[in-house]
Design a protein around this ligand. Structure first.
Ligand code: ZN
Length: 455
């Protein structure tokens, strides 16, 4: 049963709270607080708790699902899951915030009583929204803070502050909407969007990314004003909509990273932008952006898939002496010498630790080094010549214990050695048998002979 005699027409992107204050006004209440008292509506900080919505649905005959669609977090675009703690902090609720030209326009249109005509667009609450798309002016934020009894009462605020509205209208600052403004306005209105790196992300995450990307270029101060942040977001949006611009902007940070004095395995190449991407590593919608940025970094810097760079993964392209040492457990001087032998780099000692070497070159010398040390170990263990040890290894009879990258100091067990010897004796082709076995046996007896003599 509908109990209220008058209903204002619900605006397309009107916040539930704005509708409530108009509902109070058209039904003769002097304020939203009075209206609430009269109908014993629960007071709640969000003013949109389930009980209130149910009660308003009962009083107005408007379905709960329609009222839910006008919940502030939904209508301002902040309603998607993830980072719930960010939601309210991204909204302005301390005072009235509005486009003075929209409000003036509302006064002269519609069939509701004049006082109750202006309706609060949900987007006005979103702190990332800075301009009115319709009028190309900056939103006005009232310096008159809501009190506990006037909170959310936009209708009453306008009624009591006509002068403020007139001044705001007179002084409205022109600000032509840019692609950023149009994009986020479009998202609020459910328009089809075409920015692949942002479309799949929740609204508030998408614009936070714009802000952080923009700051790669503009570097807003710590106490940045809303206007500063808005500039950064506009800039960042252009970069995210044209990814080559973003990547260009990341390039200078590579040099900075390579030249840094402190070597750390914590890679924070791209500052807060990278930190935020890392927080989003498990979010499927953020994947295309993360992959793009990680790939770009790995193409230029000595980062490996296990370095946990924005969640890790990818293919290493570059090493420095220190990353090679860390990855393979081989002293960097040895690696440098081996690379110099191959003419990949010069053997200058200890300087230039941040010189980049293609990972494939490093891998080649490491494999070579490993197999060489493996052959030496086989040679000593079996007491054979190096050429014989090579043949045993290349015939696959003695395999490095850990495949392609044996640990240098890993010993072959006695059991393995005996097994190998048996294989050598029983399985080698006729022509090789005499050679290898004679060699092995010969060495052994010569050694035994020497031992005998010295005893
Ligand atoms: Zn407007």
């Amino acid at each position: 049963m509908v109990r209220l005699a008058h209903l204002p027409s619900l605006g397309q992107t009107e916040a539930f709270q704005s509708f409530l204050s108009r509902l109070a006004a058209v039904n003769g209440a002097t304020s939203l607080a009075d209206f609430r008292r009269h109908f014993a509506l629960k007071s709640h900080k969000s003013f949109a708790c389930e009980e209130t919505v149910s009660e308003i649905s009962r009083l107005t005959g408007i379905s709960r699902s329609i009222l839910d669609d006008h919940q502030l977090l939904n209508v301002s675009g902040h309603g998607e899951l993830w980072h719930s703690k960010l939601q309210w902090s991204n909204l302005h609720t301390m005072s009235a915030r509005y486009c003075p030209l929209c409000v003036q326009g509302d006064y002269v249109s519609g069939s509701d009583p004049r006082d109750a005509r202006p309706w609060g667009r949900g987007g006005w609450y979103g702190l990332n929204n800075f301009v009115c798309i319709e009028h190309s002016v900056e939103l006005f934020t009232s310096p008159i803070q809501y009190s506990s009894t006037s909170k959310w009462d936009f209708t009453r605020h306008l009624r009591e502050n006509q002068r403020e509205l007139d001044t705001a209208t007179w002084n409205a600052t022109r600000n032509i909407p840019q692609p950023y403004d149009l994009y986020f306005d479009g998202r609020l209105k459910g328009k089809e969007q075409e920015v692949p790196l942002l479309d799949k992300l929740p609204y508030h995450i998408a614009y936070r990314l714009c802000e952080l990307a923009g700051n790669l270029k503009l570097t807003s101060p710590a106490d940045a004003s809303l206007a500063d942040l808005h500039e950064a977001r506009r800039e960042g949006f252009n970069m995210l909509a044209n990814p080559h611009e973003l990547l260009q902007c990341l390039d200078p940070l590579h040099e900075h990273h390579l030249a840094r004095a402190k070597m750390s395995i914590l890679y924070r190449v791209y500052g807060p932008f990278q930190k935020y991407l890392t927080q989003l590593a498990d979010m499927p919608g953020a994947r295309p952006l993360i992959d793009l940025v990680r790939e770009h970094a790995m193409n230029a810097l000595p980062i490996g898939p296990n370095d946990d760079f924005i969640g890790g993964g990818g293919i290493r392209k570059w090493h420095t002496m220190s990353t090679a040492q860390r990855e393979y457990g081989i002293d960097r001087r040895t690696i440098r010498e081996m690379l110099a032998e191959r003419g990949v780099t010069n053997a200058a000692p200890a300087t230039g630790r941040n010189i980049l070497i293609e990972a494939t070159h490093v891998e080649e010398v490491v494999i070579d080094f490993m197999s060489r040390s493996h052959i030496q170990y086989v040679r000593k263990t079996f007491g054979v010549r190096e050429s014989t040890a090579r043949r045993l290894v290349s015939a696959g009879l003695v395999e490095p214990p850990n495949g392609r990258r044996p640990e240098i100091n890993t010993k072959i067990s006695r059991k393995t050695m005996h097994g190998t010897l048996r294989k050598v004796i029983s399985g080698l082709p006729e022509s090789d048998e005499s050679d290898v076995v004679a060699e092995v046996e010969g060495r052994r007896s010569r050694r035994a002979g020497r031992r005998h003599k010295t005893e």
